[in-house]
Write a protein that binds this ligand. Structure first.
Ligand code: IMP
Length: 425
């Protein structure tokens, strides 16, 4: 498996971390290419739970290199805390972690701005993770208020930049929120200089590193964060994250052309979840939704928020699979549906009396669609000990066949529990 990508096809939290962790064994380098510490996943191995947010999953395995590429936004304090936490669990982090000098840096004013803006949206809040992700990406696009990792090591211009940007941000924030206490530019510059010093051994030109590694025949695994439906350009805008969280982000975020990727694995849950605001056509605001939430432990890794739960939306997932261009599908958490009498898959939408297989581009249309369901019998059996797809109850296999048909992608991986062994490849 020389170059592979793993990408979420829904609204994030598809349990991609588990697939990435398994595939890491077959790759030399694992790359995070977008998002920031808004992402979160838990990997369990050897009976120990590891929580990751910004670090690539590959860092957990000896001999693998983890790369945080140019398209990621970095909270240096958050990253160092995460590194310390993993080190205290016995994970060595040294030259096996590389951080792009092109990656943009999240500063305290990014968090402050986000808090003010989310409050101002009131009932229409995006429901962000409040980690300053969107405001940092906004400054990246705006350029004049942006600071990249590499800038932290050019001390004279860096201090000038922090001072000018903080002054502007203080003016804006005071105007938007009169009770806002101005931030101290010198204190920020000092803090970040210290954090930069600790990160310095890891900061390199990762684009060059990745190309050199590929030329030397190394194998690379691209690890997507969030999911295709949260993609800034192709997702359910504006209820999305601020990066290209579909496979579209691989090229721009890492500098490695997509045509180098030989296998694109799309990851979807056997049902759907979403955190934060925005339309969710198959949402189950009832006891079945609560059952899925309880059995699937559907609470956010980063914010602890209860996730909204619903049936598998094959229209949305197929759209995610199309935009990301996946060859094959991993269906996760199938065991969560095991106790239900019947299971449903949304096979089409109805909008203004018309049936459609298309995911609407406008959020108001998405809010209005009515799901058209295919109902299948449940399997009503514990499947967590099953290790071969052919040993699954016939109803569960029929469900997987329907998923493959409706999402338009063959299923090659099925997961029936959190453990590595509970994965059928
Ligand atoms: P932001 O990424 O913090 O700007 O949040 C924007 C939207 O993306 C919100 O609905 C978040 O809940 C959602 N989001 C961000 N990261 C994740 C994730 O890792 N999993 C699921 N949803 C996420």
């Amino acid at each position: 498996m020389p170059v592979t990508s793993v990408v979420g096809l829904q609204w994030g939290d598809e349990a991609k971390g588990k697939i990435v962790d398994i595939l890491t064994d077959h790759h030399d380098i694992v790359v995070r290419y977008q998002g920031g510490n808004n992402a979160g996943h838990t990997v369990v191995f050897g009976g120990v739970k590891y929580k990751l947010s910004l670090l690539p999953t590959g860092i957990l395995r000896p001999g693998k290199v983890g790369v945080i590429a140019a398209g990621v936004v970095i909270n240096p304090k958050g990253l160092l805390d995460e590194m310390d936490r993993l080190r205290s669990q016995g994970i060595p982090i040294a030259e096996n972690l590389l951080i792009s000098d092109r990656a943009h840096v999240i500063f305290p004013y990014h968090m402050a701005e986000e808090a003010v803006m989310e409050q101002a949206r009131k009932g229409e809040a995006i429901g962000t993770t409040m980690r300053g992700i969107g405001t940092c990406y906004r400054d990246k696009i705006g350029r004049s208020h942006a600071i990249r990792m590499g800038d932290l090591y050019h001390s004279a211009s860096y201090r000038k930049k922090v001072s000018e940007i903080t002054a502007t941000k203080n003016t804006i924030l005071k105007a938007l929120s009169p009770e806002f206490q101005p931030l101290d530019a010198n204190a920020i510059a000092d803090d970040y200089a210290k954090l930069a010093e600790q990160l310095a051994p890891h900061v390199v030109d990762t684009t060059r590193y990745l190309h050199q590694s590929l030329a030397a025949g190394k194998s690379v695994l691209f690890e997507g964060a969030q999911g295709s439906l949260l993609d800034i350009d192709h997702g359910s805008f504006p209820y999305v994250t601020s990066s290209n969280s579909s496979a579209c982000g691989i090229h721009s975020g890492s500098g490695v052309p997509e045509r180098r990727i030989e296998k694109m694995i799309g990851v979807a849950k056997a049902y759907t979840t979403r955190v934060g605001g925005g339309p969710f056509p198959t949402e189950l605001d009832n006891e079945i939704g609560q059952h899925i939430r309880d059995v699937g432990h559907e609470y956010g890794t980063v914010t602890g928020r209860p996730r909204r739960c619903g049936w598998l939306d094959a229209v949305a997932t197929r759209y995610g699979a199309t935009v990301s261009g996946v060859d094959t599908l991993a269906v996760m958490l199938l065991d969560v549906l095991s106790q239900l009498d019947e299971v449903k898959i949304c096979e089409a939408y109805e909008l203004n009396g018309e049936r459609s297989m298309h995911f609407p581009s406008h959020v108001e249309d998405l809010a209005q669609v009515q799901p058209v369901y295919r109902t299948l019998p449940g399997w009503k059996k514990d499947i967590t000990q099953i290790r071969k797809v052919t040993d699954l109850p016939k109803e569960a296999r029929a469900y997987l066949d329907a998923v493959a048909e409706l999402v338009g992608t063959p299923v090659s991986i099925v997961s029936v529990g959190p453990d590595r062994e509970q994965t059928m490849m």
